[in-house]
Design a binder for this molecule. Structure first.
Ligand code: PLP
Length: 390
């Protein structure tokens, strides 16, 4: 066995980390880096720049020399702003329950590390965003996945089937990445019944809440009896097109909040001050979100109309992803995505990157300019005509 500094190479990286699989999204992202000829529907990143008013506030803050740490908790004005803002999703939270994080990514990590220890079970409906499972596993937890294809909606019955799983948490994300599925208040009430019966804590990743096309998003934390059972995770990356600013937040019950704050103090100190200042302005700029939402909705309608002629496709109710079933073309998800990239220079993500039950699907992010999207869809249809079965 090769050794470095007396340590066998096999022991240098922790076993749990070594066992992690690399993200399937990144693999396809790396394939297209630097290729201008490729239309990428791969990465879930808004194609809009940060709205100008928000950028202006951030630039001005830098000119004034606001470049320090903030309190671990985040800027008070931002926490107050979020408490007020979240009432639109039905939640009445106190600023003291709100912790500003470096993106929702940090929020998920803090919540999982606070709640999960060796042997705890996390229920994760699939297909799902890629970070939940690895983070639970690093903490020694066990992930039990709940396959939701072909409707992609978790129901009371589906959840109750796992009543014996000794689960501690349920990870819910809606509107969902990668499927665009969301839930009405009534549907959430049914899920909440099962959550209560099974005595679960819900991590509710609501990062696409603003990008809901069917009415107003309802937070599961707003339902009767749920305020003590839900950790809400949200942020500014998607709706406000602020991915690089790294600002998110959690709204959590006091005991869980205290645990998360302790970890945050040690691993992050605080979210970037420039982003936090931008986020304060973002909350005053909801008209900018309306403008971007309207454009995403126009693209969603176009994608649904065109792709439904070729594939089975569930109409996305939110976010900026479509998740068509491509197995009718006689290819696996990976074969389809690789073939499409090689033959037609269009990048998508194979559905199995989001869990086994995503096999037979691809994820397409419609966060690209309309003309490019149109061209990409034409190329996808050509690809199926030329290389698909039947
Ligand atoms: N949660 C979901 C469902 C996402 O799709 C993403 C990003 O794609 C994140 C969290 C991470 O967001 P952030 O930029 O706030 O870390």
């Amino acid at each position: 066995m090769k050794k470095i500094g007396g340590l066998p190479l096999s022991r240098r990286v922790a076993k749990k980390v070594e066992e992690l699989k690399p993200s399937g999204i990144r693999r396809f992202f790396d394939l297209v880096v630097g290729r201008d000829d490729v239309i990428s529907l791969g990465v879930g990143e808004p194609d809009f720049p940060v709205p100008w008013r928000i950028r202006e506030e951030m630039i001005y803050s830098l000119e004034k020399g606001f470049t320090s740490y903030t309190s671990n908790l985040g800027l008070p004005e931002l926490r107050e702003g979020i408490a007020e803002y979240y009432t639109r999703f039905g939640v009445r939270a106190l600023p003291e329950q709100i912790l500003i994080t470096s993106g929702v990514s940090e929020g998920v990590d803090l919540a999982v590390r606070t709640l999960i220890e060796q042997g705890d079970v996390a229920l994760v409906p699939e297909p799902c965003y890629v970070s939940y499972k690895p983070l639970v596993e690093i903490c020694g937890g066990e992930v039990v996945t709940i396959p939701t294809a072909p409707d992609f909606k978790l129901t009371y019955e589906m959840l109750m089937e796992y009543a014996d799983a000794k689960a501690k948490i349920l990870v819910l994300n809606y509107p969902a990445n990668p499927t665009g599925v969301s839930y009405s208040k009534k549907e959430l009430e049914e899920i909440a019944d099962a959550v209560n019966e099974m005595d679960l804590i819900v991590l509710s990743d609501e990062i696409y809440a603003e990008l809901t096309y069917t009415g107003r998003h309802v937070s599961i934390a707003s339902l009767d009896g749920m305020e003590d059972r839900v950790v809400v995770l949200n942020g500014f990356s998607k709706a406000f097109a602020m991915t690089g600013m790294r600002v998110g937040y959690v709204i959590a019950p006091p005991d869980i909040f205290a645990g998360m704050l302790k970890i945050h103090q040690y691993c992050m100190l605080c979210a970037p001050i420039t982003g936090q200042i931008g986020a304060i302005e973002a909350l005053k700029s909801l008209d900018e979100v309306d403008r971007m939402r309207a454009e995403y909705m126009r693209r969603r309608n176009f994608v649904v109309k065109k792709l439904s002629e070729v594939f089975e496709l569930k109409k996305p109710e939110g976010a900026f992803y479509a998740f068509p079933k491509i197995s009718s073309a006689g290819m696996s998800s990976e074969e389809f995505a690789e073939g499409l990239l090689m033959k037609k220079n269009v990048a998508v993500v194979p559905g199995n990157a989001f869990g086994e039950c995503g096999e037979g699907y691809i994820r397409m992010a419609y966060a690209v300019k309309f003309e490019k999207l149109k061209e990409a869809i034409e190329r996808i249809i050509e690809f199926v005509d030329e290389y698909g079965e039947g």
